[in-house]
Write a protein that binds this ligand. Structure first.
Ligand code: 8IG
Length: 272
């Protein structure tokens, strides 16, 4: 059975097996908080604490190597200065990879099975607010799931009224009072939006557009974790910006914002 065929078994059994593997290989029985690092956030985990173990994502049951340049295919165990254990997921499976929603949220369920009570989801995205220059971090206060998919199967009715923790958003604003908040719309991608789609997103209440996060946040809530989401606006969304979008621009904005968002993420984790 290949690594991802594994997900054809019960997804929660698959997560349990991955968590057991992580506990065994890292020597850490239980983790406290999980972070998934999106575009631009790869280096932001460096200040969180000391990395005590690094696993290659493709060795962990159900995980596969990342499909995107700028993403890191590792799963790390980090010990924070406060003595907390953080599980840093450098590999994310995107919905557009076509591996199915189970694969998209496998890391989330693995984090929960590994003991995590808090799930921190980061991403790089397009911004609809012109005052957000590329490189601006924005707190996610809510989302609009435009994928027409759910990570939940069967009659699993989960309340999402307060999906993105108001408590942790407040901690983040205590760290940096200048942080804005926004509504994140998950499109399927992998193409970027047309300008008309960006205007549509704006009219239905979105401030940020991207290709991840919403499905993961739903699975995290279902698994009982407190969810915190933060986006890095790496580009103005199509049609908002006078110039066409490029993946190079995305990587560059992430790099330039590095020191600020690294400090920010570490300070928020320290306060959890
Ligand atoms: I980085 O403008 C990044 N990811 N959908 N739109 C969508 N995803 C993105 C964008 C964007 N920028």
């Amino acid at each position: 059975m290949s690594n991802t065929e594994f997900l054809n078994t019960d997804p929660f059994d698959a997560a349990r097996a991955a968590a057991d593997y992580i506990a065994e290989e890292t020597g850490v029985d239980s983790h406290d908080v999980a972070l998934v690092l999106g575009s631009g956030w790869a280096e932001a985990a460096e200040l969180i604490g000391e990395t005590t173990a690094t696993l290659s994502a493709d060795e962990v049951p159900g995980f596969s190597p990342p499909a995107v340049e700028g993403h890191v295919g590792t799963i790390r165990s980090v010990l924070t200065r406060e003595g907390k254990r953080a599980l840093v997921l450098g590999a994310r499976t995107h919905y557009y990879e076509g591996k199915g929603v189970r694969a998209v949220v496998h890391g989330v369920r693995t984090a929960a099975a590994a003991g995590c009570k808090t799930f921190v989801v980061t991403n790089g995205c397009g911004g609809l607010n012109e005052s957000w220059a590329p490189g601006t971090p924005v707190l996610i206060k809510d989302h609009i799931n435009l994928t027409a998919a759910s990570p939940l199967e069967g009659a699993t009715f989960v309340d999402l009224t307060d999906l993105y923790s108001a408590r942790i958003r407040k901690l983040a604003r205590d760290v940096d009072p200048s942080l804005d908040e926004g509504v994140y719309a998950q499109f399927t991608g992998p193409h970027y939006e047309t300008p008309a789609e960006v205007q549509y997103a704006k009219r239905i209440g979105a401030d940020l557009v991207g290709m991840s996060t919403a499905l993961e946040a739903i699975a995290a809530r279902h698994a009982g974790m407190e969810v915190f989401g933060i986006s890095l606006v790496t580009n103005l969304a199509a049609g908002i910006s006078p110039v066409p979008l490029s993946h190079e621009e995305v990587l560059e904005a992430g790099h330039a914002a590095g020191p600020r968002i690294s400090r920010l993420l570490a300070d928020i984790i320290a306060k959890l």
